[in-house]
Design a protein around this ligand. Structure first.
Ligand SMILES: [Mg+2]
Length: 290
């Protein structure tokens, strides 16, 4: 007798933007810009004016500008210095303990069934910096912009650029379980074969660059959450809510008992019950063979 096929869509994915979502400022403000003796206003002012003048892609301009400024100012930038700068990145309240708490909560509400949680980053910041930050170990995969490095270990070209719209490619990679970026993502895969269905996923973002990702999540039955700095107003989030791009929004306070903590746990309860029901239905005897 053939073995009963196993129910495998039992993984929950929490997918985060980085800057403004987990960390209050753009990651380049910690370490990299101070080492180049630039204020964020000076650096981004230069990037934005060149973007406008040459009708360029802003991410390409900022990455190239970093290389040029480091060369010009004789400041060492390599994979290790990016990681060291990443170690200085600060996080919103409660972020450093969030992942363990969420994993524990999900396993508690799953009542012994095999539901797993995975955390992912999709960011237009630098992968090397995120790899050096205090929470890097919490992520199954970090998708972010990357440099290629010359024979001396110096960054010489952007090898990967993740813009607002290209972020959605990585949502599909998580959905289909195709995490290796060398593998094509475009071949057809029926929904029931996808590793993590969209409705098992929650996307966390803070603004405009997250709109395409939020739209993909909401359009496919997934969940999307917007956060704003507790010190800033929630106008941008309110616009996202009005446009139905998110389920809800709240201050970026990840500590136990915060509004975000409470709402995400309520969302996880829904996801976990849905998975449990699907598993029960999946394991029912085939029609006509009862
Ligand atoms: Mg952001």
């Amino acid at each position: 007798m053939k073995d009963q096929p196993r129910f495998e869509q039992n993984i929950v994915a929490l997918v985060y933007d980085f800057d403004g979502t987990l960390s209050p400022e753009a990651m380049q403000h910690y370490g990299v810009l101070p080492s180049l003796e630039l204020t964020p206003e000076e650096f981004w002012g230069k990037v934005k004016s060149e973007r406008k003048e040459n009708r360029s892609e802003e991410l390409l301009v900022y990455m190239r500008e970093m290389i040029n400024l480091a060369d010009h100012k004789k400041v060492k930038l390599d994979r290790k210095t990016f990681q060291d700068h990443g170690a200085t990145v600060k996080f919103f309240e409660g972020v450093t303990t969030w992942f363990d708490r969420i994993n524990k909560f999900t396993s508690e509400i799953s009542e012994g069934s095999e539901i797993k949680v995975e955390h992912y980053i999709i960011s237009s910041g630098l992968k090397e910096m995120i790899e050096g930050c205090a929470i890097a170990d919490q992520f199954k995969e970090i998708f972010a912009c990357e440099f290629s490095y010359d024979q001396y270990g110096h960054p010489d070209w952007p090898s990967r650029v993740i813009s607002d719209t290209s972020k959605t490619q990585y949502l599909f990679r998580i959905n289909k379980g195709v995490l290796d970026v060398n593998e094509s993502i475009n071949s057809h895969m029926p929904n029931e074969q996808r590793r993590i269905p969209f409705d098992n996923m929650i996307y966390f973002g803070d603004g405009d660059t997250d709109v395409p990702s939020m739209a993909v999540m909401m359009g496919n039955g997934g969940h999307a959450v917007a956060v704003h700095s507790p010190n800033e107003n929630s106008e941008k989030c309110l616009d996202l809510k009005k446009a139905k791009r998110i389920d809800y929004y709240c201050p970026a306070d990840y500590s136990e008992g915060s509004e975000l903590d409470r709402l995400v746990k309520a969302t996880l309860r829904v996801i976990v019950s849905r998975i449990a029901l699907r598993q029960e239905i999946f394991e029912l005897p085939p029609v006509g063979k009862i």
